[in-house]
Design a binder for this molecule. Structure first.
Ligand SMILES: C[S@@+](CC[C@H](N)C(=O)[O-])C[C@H]1O[C@@H](n2cnc3c(N)ncnc32)[C@H](O)[C@@H]1O
Length: 281
């Protein structure tokens, strides 16, 4: 999300009239007005930054690749050799951290992939990647295709902001929410949520876990195939099909209900489960 929201507190949700949908809860208001700007959808797991930090600690990747660094919060989780790409770095504090090597590319991810070969830096391929750049589906789709091609079959690719809390924040262009959204009014996930149904339809060979990490979810993709052309070959077909689809028409409840959310707290409490699920080496 482009700005951290103050999502609904647990007791606020408890006061709402709710019904179970796919393991989550959805307010009746949402059934009546699917495009209502306020949503009681809430994630109760570990905040995505903390979960990312735990992944670095327990998976101990040798190489990390990040698209979209902004202030450097996610970058700071990495302790291994790192490539980071952002057209406008605003990293605060010690940008190089304790890492042996950090390669900064101040350019868009498309420009990066056009002019660089990741394997020149990481000959064995990327172990762990976090894609959090431009929040429009065509960008994330290209970022995913290019990152997978530079990965190996035990790599893990993380995708951010794919579980919007309402349809307003999932619009392709940022629009400020109403005052009843509170601080959520400034949050924008864009339409990267579409990557979940896209991967499900076009890459059933991948293993996709949707984690309950606030504020707006973390998707972990494994069993990668760097030689796959399923997405690149269908790139235009995919965008014809999903590009103009809004979350209002797809359905917020449907998106949330299509996947069983993985409990991030139980994974962090039992690191052996975490490594069994996501081991990268
Ligand atoms: C949500 S912020 C990243 C936040 C960071 N990953 C974190 O969790 O702390 C998104 C970043 O993507 C960058 N960005 C925008 N368009 C991009 C593009 N085409 N390629 C790569 N990065 C892009 C922006 O400059 C911004 O810094």
């Amino acid at each position: 999300m482009m700005r951290f929201p103050a999502v609904f507190r647990r007791e606020q949700v408890a006061n709402m009239k709710i019904q179970p949908i796919g393991g989550q809860t959805v307010d009746d208001r949402d059934n009546a007005t699917p495009s209502a700007p306020v949503s009681p959808l809430q994630l109760y797991g570990i905040r995505y930054i903390e979960f990312l930090r735990q992944l670095h600690v327990h998976l101990a990747p040798d190489s990390y690749f990040e698209i979209g660094a902004d202030l450097g919060e996610s970058l700071a989780c990495a302790e291994c050799d790192t490539i980071v790409v952002d057209p406008a770095f605003r990293v605060q504090g010690n940008a190089a951290g304790g890492r042996r090597q950090t390669f900064f590319f101040q350019m868009t991810s498309d420009a990066f992939f056009r002019s660089n070969d990741v394997r020149n830096y990481f000959p064995k391929g990327i172990d762990l990647a976090f894609l959090d750049g431009m929040h429009r589906i065509e960008y994330l789709l290209r970022d995913f295709i290019n990152t997978e091609a530079a990965s190996h079959n035990r790599s893990l690719i993380l995708l951010h902001d794919c579980l919007p809390l309402n349809s307003r924040m999932a619009r392709r262009n940022f629009t400020l929410g109403d005052t009843d959204e509170g601080e959520l009014a400034h949050s924008w996930t864009g339409d990267v949520w579409k990557i979940i149904p896209i991967l499900k339809e076009y890459r059933p060979d991948l293993r996709v876990h949707v984690l309950d990490c606030p504020p707006t979810g973390l998707v972990a993709v494994s069993r990668l195939d760097p030689s796959s052309t399923a997405l690149s070959g269908a790139y235009h077909e995919i965008l014809d099909k999903f590009g103009d689809c809004s979350l209002d028409s797809y359905g917020l409840q449907r998106l949330w209900g299509e996947h069983r959310l993985v409990d991030s707290r139980s994974l962090v409490d039992l690191p052996e489960k975490l490594t069994a699920l996501f081991s990268v080496i």
